[in-house]
Design a binder for this molecule. Sequence first.
Ligand code: ASP
Ligand code: MG
Length: 421
Amino acid sequence: MFVFKFGGASVKSAGAVKNIVEILQRFQNEEIVVVVSAMGKTTNSLERIIECYAGKREEDLRDEYKQLKAYHLDIVNGLFEDKDHLVFANVNEVFEELFDRLTKEPTLNYDYDYDQLICYGELLSTTIISHFLNKSGVATRWMDIRRALKTDNNWREARVDWELSSHLVNEQFTFNGERILITQGFLASTINDQTTSLGREGSDYTAAILAFMLRAKSVTIWKDVPGVLNADPKYFDDTILLEKLSYLDAIELAYFGTSVIHPKTIKPLQNKNINLHVKSFVDPEAPGTLVGNLSYDKLTPSFIFKMDQVLIRTSPLDFSFINEDNLEEIFGILNKHGLKINMMQNSAISFQIIVNNNKRKLRLVVDELEEKYKVAYQTGLELVTIRYFDHSTIERVMINKELILEQRGVQNIELLIRDLG
Ligand code: ASP
Ligand code: MG
Protein backbone atom coordinates (compact mmCIF):
# COMPACT_ATOMS: atom_id res chain seq x y z
CA MET A 1 0.00 0.00 0.00
CA PHE A 2 1.22 3.48 -0.90
CA VAL A 3 0.27 6.92 0.34
CA PHE A 4 0.09 9.69 -2.26
CA LYS A 5 -0.39 13.34 -1.42
CA PHE A 6 -1.67 15.87 -3.93
CA GLY A 7 -1.37 19.53 -2.95
CA GLY A 8 -3.47 22.51 -3.99
CA ALA A 9 -1.58 23.18 -7.23
CA SER A 10 -2.07 19.61 -8.44
CA VAL A 11 -5.87 19.90 -8.15
CA LYS A 12 -6.38 23.54 -9.05
CA SER A 13 -8.40 23.02 -12.25
CA ALA A 14 -10.36 20.40 -14.19
CA GLY A 15 -7.25 19.74 -16.27
CA ALA A 16 -5.15 19.23 -13.16
CA VAL A 17 -7.66 16.75 -11.70
CA LYS A 18 -7.65 14.79 -14.97
CA ASN A 19 -3.89 14.66 -14.73
CA ILE A 20 -3.93 13.10 -11.27
CA VAL A 21 -6.34 10.44 -12.48
CA GLU A 22 -3.82 9.63 -15.19
CA ILE A 23 -1.10 9.36 -12.55
CA LEU A 24 -3.22 6.99 -10.47
CA GLN A 25 -3.95 4.88 -13.55
CA ARG A 26 -0.23 4.26 -13.89
CA PHE A 27 -0.32 2.27 -10.66
CA GLN A 28 -2.83 -0.30 -11.87
CA ASN A 29 -2.10 -2.98 -9.33
CA GLU A 30 -1.55 -0.92 -6.22
CA GLU A 31 -3.77 0.03 -3.33
CA ILE A 32 -3.26 3.70 -2.59
CA VAL A 33 -4.39 6.05 0.16
CA VAL A 34 -4.71 9.44 -1.51
CA VAL A 35 -4.45 12.57 0.65
CA VAL A 36 -5.66 15.76 -0.99
CA SER A 37 -5.42 19.47 -0.13
CA ALA A 38 -7.95 22.12 -0.96
CA MET A 39 -8.06 23.15 -4.63
CA GLY A 40 -5.67 25.90 -5.73
CA LYS A 41 -5.77 28.86 -3.36
CA THR A 42 -9.01 27.79 -1.65
CA THR A 43 -7.58 27.81 1.88
CA ASN A 44 -6.45 31.42 1.44
CA SER A 45 -9.90 32.31 0.17
CA LEU A 46 -11.51 30.59 3.18
CA GLU A 47 -9.17 32.51 5.46
CA ARG A 48 -10.48 35.74 3.94
CA ILE A 49 -14.04 34.50 4.41
CA ILE A 50 -13.28 33.75 8.06
CA GLU A 51 -11.83 37.25 8.54
CA CYS A 52 -15.01 38.74 7.09
CA TYR A 53 -17.15 36.45 9.22
CA ALA A 54 -15.36 37.35 12.45
CA GLY A 55 -15.34 41.05 11.53
CA LYS A 56 -19.00 40.93 10.42
CA ARG A 57 -18.20 42.32 6.97
CA GLU A 58 -21.16 40.70 5.29
CA GLU A 59 -20.87 42.16 1.83
CA ASP A 60 -17.21 41.15 1.41
CA LEU A 61 -18.08 37.77 2.80
CA ARG A 62 -20.77 37.21 0.20
CA ASP A 63 -18.45 38.26 -2.64
CA GLU A 64 -15.71 35.97 -1.47
CA TYR A 65 -18.13 33.08 -0.92
CA LYS A 66 -19.64 33.52 -4.40
CA GLN A 67 -16.21 33.48 -6.00
CA LEU A 68 -15.24 30.35 -4.13
CA LYS A 69 -18.43 28.60 -5.18
CA ALA A 70 -18.09 29.68 -8.81
CA TYR A 71 -14.49 28.47 -8.87
CA HIS A 72 -15.48 25.00 -7.66
CA LEU A 73 -18.52 24.75 -9.90
CA ASP A 74 -16.36 25.68 -12.84
CA ILE A 75 -14.08 22.73 -12.09
CA VAL A 76 -17.02 20.36 -11.59
CA ASN A 77 -18.52 21.51 -14.88
CA GLY A 78 -15.20 20.90 -16.59
CA LEU A 79 -15.10 17.34 -15.27
CA PHE A 80 -18.69 16.12 -15.62
CA GLU A 81 -20.68 16.45 -18.85
CA ASP A 82 -23.71 14.78 -17.27
CA LYS A 83 -25.30 17.64 -15.35
CA ASP A 84 -27.47 15.18 -13.40
CA HIS A 85 -24.44 13.51 -11.91
CA LEU A 86 -24.63 13.11 -8.13
CA VAL A 87 -21.51 15.24 -7.70
CA PHE A 88 -23.51 18.42 -8.36
CA ALA A 89 -25.90 17.66 -5.50
CA ASN A 90 -23.04 16.68 -3.18
CA VAL A 91 -21.01 19.81 -3.88
CA ASN A 92 -24.10 21.94 -3.33
CA GLU A 93 -24.72 20.24 0.01
CA VAL A 94 -21.20 21.06 1.15
CA PHE A 95 -21.66 24.69 0.12
CA GLU A 96 -25.01 24.86 1.89
CA GLU A 97 -23.46 23.52 5.06
CA LEU A 98 -20.72 26.16 4.81
CA PHE A 99 -23.30 28.86 4.16
CA ASP A 100 -25.35 27.75 7.16
CA ARG A 101 -22.36 28.04 9.41
CA LEU A 102 -21.60 31.49 8.08
CA THR A 103 -25.06 32.71 9.05
CA LYS A 104 -24.50 31.70 12.69
CA GLU A 105 -22.99 34.14 15.18
CA PRO A 106 -19.21 33.82 15.60
CA THR A 107 -18.17 32.40 18.97
CA LEU A 108 -15.67 34.29 21.07
CA ASN A 109 -12.97 31.86 20.01
CA TYR A 110 -11.58 32.89 16.62
CA ASP A 111 -9.33 29.85 16.28
CA TYR A 112 -12.19 27.47 17.02
CA ASP A 113 -14.38 29.16 14.40
CA TYR A 114 -11.46 29.04 11.99
CA ASP A 115 -11.23 25.27 12.17
CA GLN A 116 -14.98 24.81 11.79
CA LEU A 117 -14.85 26.81 8.54
CA ILE A 118 -11.43 26.12 7.03
CA CYS A 119 -12.30 22.44 6.57
CA TYR A 120 -14.61 23.04 3.62
CA GLY A 121 -11.71 23.37 1.17
CA GLU A 122 -10.60 19.78 1.66
CA LEU A 123 -14.17 18.48 1.98
CA LEU A 124 -14.93 19.97 -1.43
CA SER A 125 -11.77 18.83 -3.19
CA THR A 126 -12.06 15.22 -2.01
CA THR A 127 -15.78 15.06 -2.84
CA ILE A 128 -15.18 16.23 -6.39
CA ILE A 129 -12.10 14.12 -7.04
CA SER A 130 -13.58 10.96 -5.57
CA HIS A 131 -16.61 11.19 -7.87
CA PHE A 132 -14.36 11.86 -10.81
CA LEU A 133 -12.14 8.88 -10.05
CA ASN A 134 -15.14 6.57 -9.87
CA LYS A 135 -16.49 7.98 -13.11
CA SER A 136 -13.07 7.33 -14.69
CA GLY A 137 -13.24 3.68 -13.70
CA VAL A 138 -10.88 3.90 -10.71
CA ALA A 139 -12.74 2.29 -7.80
CA THR A 140 -12.50 4.84 -5.01
CA ARG A 141 -13.97 5.30 -1.53
CA TRP A 142 -14.29 8.73 0.08
CA MET A 143 -13.16 8.78 3.69
CA ASP A 144 -13.81 11.46 6.30
CA ILE A 145 -10.42 11.79 7.99
CA ARG A 146 -12.13 13.38 11.00
CA ARG A 147 -13.63 10.03 11.99
CA ALA A 148 -10.18 8.49 12.32
CA LEU A 149 -7.58 11.17 13.04
CA LYS A 150 -8.08 12.46 16.58
CA THR A 151 -6.36 15.44 18.16
CA ASP A 152 -6.53 17.69 21.19
CA ASN A 153 -8.41 20.98 20.91
CA ASN A 154 -5.40 23.14 20.22
CA TRP A 155 -7.29 24.75 17.34
CA ARG A 156 -5.34 25.53 14.14
CA GLU A 157 -2.29 23.60 15.35
CA ALA A 158 -3.87 20.52 16.86
CA ARG A 159 -1.73 17.73 18.31
CA VAL A 160 -2.40 14.18 17.24
CA ASP A 161 -3.52 11.48 19.68
CA TRP A 162 -1.32 8.78 18.14
CA GLU A 163 -2.64 5.78 20.00
CA LEU A 164 -6.34 6.37 19.55
CA SER A 165 -5.92 7.56 15.95
CA SER A 166 -3.78 4.59 15.01
CA HIS A 167 -6.49 2.27 16.24
CA LEU A 168 -9.25 4.11 14.37
CA VAL A 169 -7.22 4.56 11.20
CA ASN A 170 -6.45 0.86 11.00
CA GLU A 171 -10.06 0.01 11.65
CA GLN A 172 -11.42 2.33 8.96
CA PHE A 173 -8.78 2.53 6.23
CA THR A 174 -9.31 -0.93 4.80
CA PHE A 175 -9.61 -1.75 1.12
CA ASN A 176 -12.83 -3.59 0.36
CA GLY A 177 -12.57 -3.98 -3.35
CA GLU A 178 -11.63 -0.33 -3.95
CA ARG A 179 -8.16 0.47 -5.17
CA ILE A 180 -8.13 4.03 -3.84
CA LEU A 181 -9.13 5.49 -0.50
CA ILE A 182 -9.27 9.26 -0.83
CA THR A 183 -9.21 11.55 2.20
CA GLN A 184 -8.58 15.11 3.37
CA GLY A 185 -5.18 16.40 4.34
CA PHE A 186 -4.77 19.04 7.07
CA LEU A 187 -7.98 18.13 8.96
CA ALA A 188 -8.72 16.09 12.04
CA SER A 189 -11.13 16.25 14.95
CA THR A 190 -11.39 16.12 18.73
CA ILE A 191 -12.86 13.22 20.65
CA ASN A 192 -16.16 15.15 20.53
CA ASP A 193 -16.00 15.32 16.74
CA GLN A 194 -15.25 19.01 16.53
CA THR A 195 -13.10 19.73 13.52
CA THR A 196 -9.47 20.68 14.07
CA SER A 197 -6.65 21.51 11.69
CA LEU A 198 -2.95 20.68 11.79
CA GLY A 199 -1.46 24.02 10.75
CA ARG A 200 -1.15 25.59 7.31
CA GLU A 201 0.37 23.32 4.68
CA GLY A 202 -0.40 20.39 6.98
CA SER A 203 -1.47 17.91 4.31
CA ASP A 204 2.03 16.51 3.91
CA TYR A 205 1.96 15.77 7.61
CA THR A 206 -1.37 13.95 7.25
CA ALA A 207 0.17 11.76 4.55
CA ALA A 208 3.08 10.91 6.84
CA ILE A 209 0.79 10.16 9.79
CA LEU A 210 -1.34 7.77 7.73
CA ALA A 211 1.73 6.10 6.24
CA PHE A 212 3.14 5.60 9.72
CA MET A 213 -0.07 4.17 11.14
CA LEU A 214 -0.84 1.95 8.15
CA ARG A 215 2.81 0.94 7.60
CA ALA A 216 2.78 2.07 3.99
CA LYS A 217 5.51 0.98 1.59
CA SER A 218 6.25 4.61 0.73
CA VAL A 219 4.82 8.11 0.54
CA THR A 220 4.84 10.23 -2.61
CA ILE A 221 4.23 13.95 -2.52
CA TRP A 222 3.27 15.13 -6.02
CA LYS A 223 4.38 18.69 -6.67
CA ASP A 224 4.63 21.32 -9.37
CA VAL A 225 8.43 21.24 -9.03
CA PRO A 226 10.74 18.39 -10.10
CA GLY A 227 11.60 17.49 -6.49
CA VAL A 228 13.51 19.13 -3.65
CA LEU A 229 15.82 21.75 -5.10
CA ASN A 230 18.85 23.22 -3.34
CA ALA A 231 17.31 26.70 -3.52
CA ASP A 232 14.06 28.37 -4.43
CA PRO A 233 14.12 29.11 -8.19
CA LYS A 234 12.66 32.51 -7.29
CA TYR A 235 16.07 33.51 -5.98
CA PHE A 236 18.52 31.38 -7.99
CA ASP A 237 18.38 30.48 -11.64
CA ASP A 238 20.88 27.62 -11.41
CA THR A 239 19.20 25.40 -8.85
CA ILE A 240 20.22 21.76 -8.43
CA LEU A 241 17.77 18.89 -7.89
CA LEU A 242 18.66 16.93 -4.76
CA GLU A 243 18.08 13.39 -5.98
CA LYS A 244 18.72 11.79 -2.62
CA LEU A 245 18.28 13.16 0.87
CA SER A 246 18.88 11.53 4.23
CA TYR A 247 16.06 11.89 6.75
CA LEU A 248 18.27 14.22 8.75
CA ASP A 249 19.03 16.49 5.80
CA ALA A 250 15.34 16.58 4.90
CA ILE A 251 14.39 17.47 8.48
CA GLU A 252 16.99 20.21 8.64
CA LEU A 253 15.98 21.70 5.30
CA ALA A 254 12.29 21.57 6.17
CA TYR A 255 12.94 23.04 9.62
CA PHE A 256 14.82 26.00 8.20
CA GLY A 257 12.03 26.64 5.73
CA THR A 258 12.38 24.72 2.48
CA SER A 259 8.82 25.09 1.32
CA VAL A 260 8.65 21.74 -0.48
CA ILE A 261 8.18 19.54 2.60
CA HIS A 262 6.23 20.39 5.74
CA PRO A 263 8.64 20.20 8.71
CA LYS A 264 6.62 17.67 10.70
CA THR A 265 6.45 15.20 7.82
CA ILE A 266 9.77 13.42 8.08
CA LYS A 267 9.91 12.20 11.69
CA PRO A 268 7.04 9.68 11.51
CA LEU A 269 8.46 8.28 8.28
CA GLN A 270 11.94 8.00 9.70
CA ASN A 271 10.61 6.13 12.73
CA LYS A 272 9.23 3.38 10.50
CA ASN A 273 11.91 3.67 7.84
CA ILE A 274 9.37 4.60 5.14
CA ASN A 275 10.74 6.21 2.00
CA LEU A 276 9.42 9.56 0.86
CA HIS A 277 9.37 10.51 -2.83
CA VAL A 278 8.89 14.08 -3.96
CA LYS A 279 7.88 13.97 -7.59
CA SER A 280 6.56 16.20 -10.34
CA PHE A 281 2.94 15.74 -11.31
CA VAL A 282 3.80 17.32 -14.64
CA ASP A 283 6.50 14.76 -15.35
CA PRO A 284 5.62 11.66 -13.33
CA GLU A 285 8.29 9.52 -15.04
CA ALA A 286 11.11 11.71 -13.73
CA PRO A 287 12.81 10.34 -10.60
CA GLY A 288 12.32 13.39 -8.35
CA THR A 289 13.81 13.31 -4.86
CA LEU A 290 14.06 10.24 -2.66
CA VAL A 291 14.20 10.83 1.11
CA GLY A 292 15.20 7.82 3.17
CA ASN A 293 17.81 6.11 5.25
CA LEU A 294 20.51 7.15 2.79
CA SER A 295 24.07 8.33 2.85
CA TYR A 296 26.09 10.12 0.21
CA ASP A 297 29.53 11.63 -0.18
CA LYS A 298 28.71 14.69 -2.17
CA LEU A 299 27.14 17.32 0.08
CA THR A 300 25.35 19.85 -2.10
CA PRO A 301 24.96 23.24 -0.42
CA SER A 302 21.31 24.26 0.01
CA PHE A 303 20.02 27.80 0.42
CA ILE A 304 16.86 28.77 2.23
CA PHE A 305 15.62 32.34 2.03
CA LYS A 306 13.14 33.96 4.36
CA MET A 307 12.16 37.44 3.27
CA ASP A 308 10.46 40.23 5.21
CA GLN A 309 12.04 39.38 8.54
CA VAL A 310 11.96 41.48 11.69
CA LEU A 311 14.72 41.70 14.28
CA ILE A 312 13.48 42.41 17.80
CA ARG A 313 16.04 43.50 20.41
CA THR A 314 14.93 43.25 24.00
CA SER A 315 16.92 44.59 26.97
CA PRO A 316 15.98 44.99 30.65
CA LEU A 317 14.84 48.52 31.56
CA ASP A 318 17.24 48.68 34.51
CA PHE A 319 20.35 47.94 32.38
CA SER A 320 20.84 44.62 34.16
CA PHE A 321 21.94 41.48 32.34
CA ILE A 322 19.51 39.19 30.54
CA ASN A 323 18.93 36.19 32.79
CA GLU A 324 16.91 32.97 32.76
CA ASP A 325 13.83 34.65 34.26
CA ASN A 326 13.83 37.19 31.45
CA LEU A 327 14.18 34.48 28.84
CA GLU A 328 11.33 32.51 30.32
CA GLU A 329 9.16 35.61 30.25
CA ILE A 330 10.11 36.56 26.68
CA PHE A 331 9.51 33.04 25.36
CA GLY A 332 6.21 32.97 27.23
CA ILE A 333 5.03 36.14 25.51
CA LEU A 334 6.04 34.86 22.07
CA ASN A 335 4.37 31.54 22.70
CA LYS A 336 1.18 33.14 23.97
CA HIS A 337 0.76 35.11 20.75
CA GLY A 338 1.96 32.29 18.51
CA LEU A 339 4.86 34.22 17.03
CA LYS A 340 7.51 31.74 15.93
CA ILE A 341 11.20 32.42 16.31
CA ASN A 342 13.27 31.94 13.16
CA MET A 343 16.59 32.69 14.85
CA MET A 344 17.75 34.04 18.20
CA GLN A 345 20.90 35.36 19.75
CA ASN A 346 21.84 36.33 23.23
CA SER A 347 24.29 38.91 24.53
CA ALA A 348 24.90 40.18 28.06
CA ILE A 349 22.49 43.06 27.85
CA SER A 350 20.07 42.10 25.12
CA PHE A 351 18.21 39.18 23.64
CA GLN A 352 17.59 39.24 19.92
CA ILE A 353 14.97 37.32 18.02
CA ILE A 354 14.13 37.19 14.34
CA VAL A 355 10.53 36.56 13.33
CA ASN A 356 8.29 36.78 10.27
CA ASN A 357 6.62 40.13 9.75
CA ASN A 358 3.18 39.12 10.95
CA LYS A 359 1.93 42.61 11.79
CA ARG A 360 -0.93 41.62 14.08
CA LYS A 361 1.09 39.18 16.19
CA LEU A 362 4.11 41.46 16.17
CA ARG A 363 2.08 44.34 17.58
CA LEU A 364 0.73 42.16 20.41
CA VAL A 365 4.18 40.82 21.27
CA VAL A 366 5.95 44.18 21.17
CA ASP A 367 3.22 45.84 23.26
CA GLU A 368 3.53 43.23 25.94
CA LEU A 369 7.33 43.18 25.90
CA GLU A 370 7.43 46.96 26.22
CA GLU A 371 5.77 46.77 29.61
CA LYS A 372 8.97 45.29 31.02
CA TYR A 373 11.76 45.78 28.54
CA LYS A 374 13.36 48.27 26.28
CA VAL A 375 12.38 47.05 22.83
CA ALA A 376 13.83 48.06 19.50
CA TYR A 377 13.04 46.50 16.21
CA GLN A 378 14.18 46.58 12.62
CA THR A 379 12.08 45.46 9.67
CA GLY A 380 12.82 44.65 6.03
CA LEU A 381 15.51 42.04 6.65
CA GLU A 382 16.28 38.72 4.99
CA LEU A 383 17.30 35.52 6.72
CA VAL A 384 19.37 33.10 4.68
CA THR A 385 20.27 29.63 5.89
CA ILE A 386 22.96 27.68 4.05
CA ARG A 387 23.29 23.98 4.81
CA TYR A 388 26.75 22.64 3.95
CA PHE A 389 28.10 26.17 3.59
CA ASP A 390 31.56 27.22 2.63
CA HIS A 391 33.34 30.45 1.88
CA SER A 392 32.09 30.77 -1.67
CA THR A 393 28.44 30.06 -0.86
CA ILE A 394 28.51 32.79 1.80
CA GLU A 395 30.09 35.22 -0.66
CA ARG A 396 27.42 34.47 -3.18
CA VAL A 397 24.65 35.34 -0.75
CA MET A 398 26.38 38.46 0.59
CA ILE A 399 26.66 40.31 -2.71
CA ASN A 400 25.34 43.82 -2.14
CA LYS A 401 24.09 42.98 1.37
CA GLU A 402 24.92 44.21 4.84
CA LEU A 403 25.39 41.56 7.51
CA ILE A 404 23.31 42.23 10.63
CA LEU A 405 23.69 38.97 12.55
CA GLU A 406 25.31 35.63 11.91
CA GLN A 407 25.01 32.23 13.52
CA ARG A 408 27.42 29.49 12.55
CA GLY A 409 27.04 25.78 13.25
CA VAL A 410 29.08 22.90 11.91
CA GLN A 411 26.75 22.20 8.95
CA ASN A 412 24.54 25.28 8.81
CA ILE A 413 25.06 28.99 8.78
CA GLU A 414 22.31 31.54 9.23
CA LEU A 415 22.83 35.06 7.95
CA LEU A 416 20.53 37.92 8.81
CA ILE A 417 21.12 40.49 6.10
CA ARG A 418 19.86 43.76 4.75
CA ASP A 419 19.61 44.46 1.06
CA LEU A 420 21.72 47.43 0.04
CA GLY A 421 19.63 48.08 -2.92
N1 ASP B 1 -5.04 23.40 2.31
C1 ASP B 1 -4.17 23.59 3.44
C2 ASP B 1 -3.32 24.81 3.21
O1 ASP B 1 -3.37 25.40 2.14
C3 ASP B 1 -3.33 22.41 3.74
C4 ASP B 1 -2.32 22.03 2.68
O2 ASP B 1 -2.47 22.44 1.55
O3 ASP B 1 -1.38 21.33 2.98
O4 ASP B 1 -2.59 25.20 4.10
MG1 MG C 1 0.99 22.53 0.19
